[in-house]
Design a protein around this ligand. Sequence first.
Ligand code: S3P
Length: 173
Amino acid sequence: MEKTVFLIGFMGAGKTTLGKSAANALSWDFVDLDHFIEAEAGKTIREIFEQEGEKKFRETEREALKQIAHSTGRNRIVATGGGAPCFGDNMELINMLGISIYLRPTTATLYDRLRLQKAERPMIRAVEDTDLPAHIEMLLSKREPYYLKAHFVLESPKLNTRGLVSLIEETKV
Ligand code: S3P
């Protein structure tokens, strides 16, 4: 049975970047949940939010989690969207389907990254730059209780490819 490691955490936490490089180092597959949804829908996440609304996006997201974990092939790392663990019992589902790792940078790091990448993110694109730090704090405080249900938390100074690969190897995931 193939193993699935889910990377969870806030937008800008590095789930895609670290997931890709760790999967490469381990010779595992890498799946980005947002890209998977976009490919299936033939639309961007932004278009799905605009045309079908967040509720429909969250339903699609939940189905995609199951589809990926049940697919055959090689072991895989899945980068989930920042909101995926925070709806319904998705976190329980994630923990049942595989091993979850919460990537937890500081709020300052999140802010530095997100300030530059607002446009493509429906959850923050309408937030003024000056309001962004408070908005991140607010959303993160709502979401962190879900993220903290992860099997493991990875934070500085181990929040890098080597740290992630070691965690996956040491824990014999
Ligand atoms: C979202 C995060 C995004 C994407 C969508 C909603 C969120 O993924 O799924 O825009 O609710 O935090 P990233 O965490 O990869 O940016």
